[in-house]
Design a protein around this ligand. Structure first.
Ligand SMILES: Cc1cc2nc3c(=O)[nH]c(=O)nc-3n(C[C@H](O)[C@H](O)[C@H](O)COP(=O)(O)O)c2cc1C
Length: 328
């Protein structure tokens, strides 16, 4: 078990609200941090590095205001950097994170030791997404502070390993922070993730269904109507296997099984800027994890976190009661 000092006494529940392309913005991030959950967003949600910097300034100012008004330390926030060769913004966006000392950097699709060293230099920490043990070993060698075990059923670019298999293998060679990602929706799911050996829960889809999330109203209504049976795991949209709401994939006329060549730079640019009349991945083709079946309302972020906190504490009490019925 290992929790970086950065999080000590600043979280109300052991949760990171995961970065989501075109869905997490300053409102969701600051609402999370004020309620004691780590809020995050992808740097590529913005068209340019200058716009990205303006979000960092806005988030820092809002969290500082909150601390002054309430005397309470908010949870730290984080930024997701896509460390893939097709991301031309990596270096410039990292420079902004260094300039503003962003507390947590989450890297996906590549673990780079130079990046880790640069973040450590200013006192930040780096967590890295992994879908199997091989990726985990590479990231551990690059010196990351935490591994995010992205298990089967997770929203976005997901893995296909059972969470038990993934956590147990990662724990055999990694004794720093481990996070579990994939279908975590309730406070008892968070408690279960810790029972399995994770230090923190990493939740995306559940936070899509909040008032502050920037997903469109149609997307949110579709989340309410969907269940795991309506989620399809396919490389057909972006070349990297990801989970999407099947109806939105079919509506876009995409044939499941056809995998385009990976060009994340182009894919993200088209999604954000939308110069074509075609359906755009992440905008019209909606990603969600298999946890959608547990989303039955669209609360404010503060209401959701308060509910998760109550459920988490109740789950621990229930577990104590179960253990008490066992013979010695
Ligand atoms: C709509 C959506 C967009 C996402 N975009 C990103 C992203 O830009 N970068 C990233 O690292 N992960 C992204 N993810 C994955 C999440 O960070 C996280 O791993 C995942 O949502 C956790 O699984 P869950 O959705 O079942 O809770 C995205 C997920 C969703 C649902």
């Amino acid at each position: 078990m290992s929790l970086p000092p950065l999080f000590e006494n600043r979280l109300s529940i052991p949760v990171i609200a995961a970065p989501m392309f075109l869905a997490s913005g300053p409102s969701l991030v600051t609402a999370c941090c004020k309620s004691g959950v780590v809020g995050t967003f992808p740097a590529l949600n913005l068209r340019s590095t200058d716009e990205f910097e303006s979000w960092i300034v806005e988030i820092n100012a809002e969290l500082q205001r909150h601390a002054e008004d309430t005397g309470e330390q908010p949870a730290p926030f984080g930024v997701n950097l896509i460390a893939h060769k097709s991301n031309p913004r990596l270096e410039a966006d990292l420079a902004i994170c260094i300039k503003h000392k962003v507390p947590l950097i989450i890297t996906s699709l590549g673990a780079i030791s130079n990046l880790v060293d640069a973040v450590h230099e200013y006192g930040g920490i780096v967590f890295h997404d992994v879908v199997n043990a091989r990726h985990g070993k590479k990231a551990a060698a690059a010196g990351v502070d935490g591994l995010i075990a992205v298990a089967a059923g997770a929203g976005g670019h997901a893995g296909d390993w059972s969470p038990f298999a993934l956590i147990n293998e990662l724990r055999q060679f990694f004794n720093k922070t481990v996070l579990l990602s994939g279908c975590l929706s309730s406070g008892s799911d968070i408690a279960a993730a810790q029972m399995m050996g994770a230090d923190l829960a990493y939740m995306g889809t559940r936070f899509l269904g909040t008032q502050e999330c920037e997903a469109s109203e149609d997307y949110k209504q579709k989340l309410l109507a969907s269940s795991a049976a309506g989620i399809v795991y396919t490389p057909a949209v972006s070349g990297i296997p990801a989970n999407f709401i099947r109806e939105s994939v079919e509506a876009a006329g995409i044939t499941l099984g056809d995998a385009p060549k990976v060009d994340l730079g182009l894919e993200l640019e088209e999604a954000r800027d939308g110069n074509t009349s075609d359906s755009k991945p992440w905008v019209d083709i909606w990603s969600a994890g298999q946890g959608v079946g547990s989303i039955n309302d669209l609360p404010t972020t503060a209401e959701l976190i308060s509910r998760l906190t109550t459920e988490y504490r109740q789950a621990h009490q229930d577990q104590h009661a179960r253990v008490a019925t066992l013979r010695n």
